[in-house]
Design a protein around this ligand. Structure first.
Ligand code: NAI
Length: 502
């Protein structure tokens, strides 16, 4: 790793270099240059922050494709990981995951390694950027849970023809992201928060997110919280985006609607983001490594620069953040010296010329556009909020079976098989829909069946011994590949019913 010099000509020639409050302690930030246009947009961003005399010592490291090629499995060198661990802040260029070297994404590795559970993506109408929504006062932030949900990456081919991906969401994870979003709303002076879920269909997983909002709202009487379905949220974001201030979602939903948000205000080239955890934070542009324009000196650094503005606020450097943000807005509104992706055709300038223009605008602000008032986010420890039910009853067993044949034959056979046991076959379902004992002729059948067994009489108390007895004979009958015990916690079913189950 090397360090950027702070006596660069850009910094010393900056009109605002002498305005830095002398008393501010210098803070270390790890910079991962990344792939493609990464080194170019990183260098541009560092130039602007240095010119604004942000009191930061940069520790620059390679990351991404070159590291994978050298056999570094995470794509990030260990000394950079150690440095992030010790200073807690990283600014990151886009990283490629080259096909053929390892199979991990360096981006996902970093998120998981540092438990960066909150992905924050501001969506705001930018001056001078023409979009179909330019005349709308859009200013909201998407807070997306970043480590759980379908992105836990737990997948199985359960049969040769049916794939499963586990959607794992925890009460703790939902509460953490919800508390973060509420604190962020407060820190940014926002008054409303929308939780967008698919809790009407996924009552347990997505339901936990809705529940987290309902549980935590009483502690935030200054915030009006509301719930809406994620599909309606996407619709509302297009027809009335001004209504939103903070939108909280689970991982996959947030992935999609934050890109939709970026599209509303000018696209990925100007979309910043932050990944925040309890011990570390990483700031990055939303866009990728744009290999087509890498090395040409024409990349637009705005997205990374606005990510760095978020980083400055995270570091408590609010004045520096506001000054740089204002200079970017003045530059964009002025419409001169913009990179090719923003300028009228044929009038784009180099990354360096754009950065020169931003630096020359440090200290300027658009008339009538005051920066939002930000303050530090303080997160109370979540503590042990896990539920500990007093009564856990085992009430059934779902046995997932790999079988090609007549479902009626399978149902009859399994019914007869357990006739003398504590169990009875209640139903068989295909991808969630009951197909035995009743069959809907329209349901397509595949080689993947869920056989739901329950107690033969309500008086029978099921336990692990009963489960083992059933399984010890069942393997003669079917090829099962997965089991799920059905519990009732404090009298409440802890499993969903199949479509069509009584
Ligand atoms: P991309 O964002 O790199 O490019 C999409 C389009 O936007 C291209 O036309 C590109 O030239 C343009 N573009 C992107 N950023 C720009 C900028 N700053 N200035 C001017 N034009 C810009 O997306 P793509 O092509 O899907 O991905 C390329 C690589 O980046 C892939 O290897 C992907 O895995 C990686 N990637 C990394 C991300 C990260 O590190 N967070 C995020 C997204 C993709």
């Amino acid at each position: 790793m090397h360090q950027y010099s702070h006596s660069s000509s850009a910094a010393s020639s900056s009109p605002t270099a002498n305005l830095a409050p002398a008393a501010l302690p210098r803070q270390k930030v790890v910079v991962l240059q990344g792939d493609g246009i990464g080194p170019e947009v990183v260098a541009a961003t560092v130039r602007v922050l240095d010119a604004a005399a942000a009191p930061i010592d940069w520790e620059v490291s390679e990351a991404g494709a070159s590291l994978f090629a050298r056999g570094v499995e995470t794509g990030v060198p260990q000394d950079a990981l150690d440095a992030i661990e010790s200073c807690g802040v990283a600014l990151k260029g886009p990283l490629e995951t080259p096909i053929g070297f390892g199979n991990k994404s360096a981006n996902v590795t970093l998120r998981k390694l540092f438990e960066l559970y909150a992905n924050v993506r501001p969506v705001r109408t930018l001056p001078g950027i023409k979009t179909p929504f330019s005349d709308r006062a859009i200013d909201f932030v998407v807070v997306r849970e970043n480590v759980e949900d379908l992105y836990a990456g737990i997948e199985y081919m359960q049969t040769p023809n049916v794939a499963q991906c586990l959607k794992l969401m925890s009460r703790k994870g939902c509460r953490k992201i919800m508390r973060f979003a509420m604190e962020l709303a407060r820190a940014e002076g926002r008054k409303t928060l929308h939780t967008a879920t698919k809790a009407n269909i996924m009552k347990m997983t997505e339901g936990l997110m809705k529940q987290a909002m309902e549980d935590l709202l009483p502690a935030y009487p200054d915030i009006a919280g509301d719930h809406l379905l994620i599909d309606n949220c996407a619709h509302q974001m297009v027809i009335a985006p001004e209504q939103f201030e903070v939108i909280v979602t689970s991982n996959m939903n947030g992935d999609i609607i934050s890109d939709l948000g970026a599209g509303l205000v000018g696209g990925l080239g100007v979309a910043p983001s932050a990944n925040i955890g309890a011990h570390a934070a990483m700031f990055e542009a939303v866009h990728g490594s744009a290999p087509q324009i890498a090395g040409k000196g024409v990349a637009n650094p705005t997205a990374l620069l606005l990510s760095a503005v978020m980083m400055l606020r995270h570091l408590g450097l609010f004045d520096h953040a506001n000054r740089i943000e204002s200079a970017v807005f003045v530059t964009l509104a002025g419409g001169q010296d913009l990179t090719g992706d923003l300028a009228p055709k044929g009038q784009g300038v180099s990354t360096n010329a754009y950065v020169d223009r931003i630096i020359s605008n440090l200290g300027n602000a658009l008339p009538g556009v005051a920066p939002r008032t930000y303050s530090n986010i303080t997160l109370a420890a979540e503590g042990d909020r896990d539920l500990h039910p007093a009564v856990r009853e085992l009430v059934g067993l779902d046995v997932y079976v790999d079988y090609i044949g007549d479902v009626y034959e399978l149902g009859q056979r399994l019914t007869a098989h357990c006739a003398d046991s504590d169990w009875q076959l209640k139903l068989i379902s295909s991808r969630g829909t009951v197909v035995y004992p009743e069959t809907n002729p329209n349901t397509d059948l595949v080689d993947h069946w869920r056989c739901r067994f329950v107690a033969r009489h309500p008086a029978i108390a099921l336990d692990d011994e009963a489960v083992q007895k059933l399984l010890s004979t069942l393997h003669d009958q079917v090829s099962w590949m997965h089991l799920e015990k059905l519990y009732r916690f404090d009298g409440k079913d802890a499993f969903s019913k199949a479509q069509g189950e009584g």
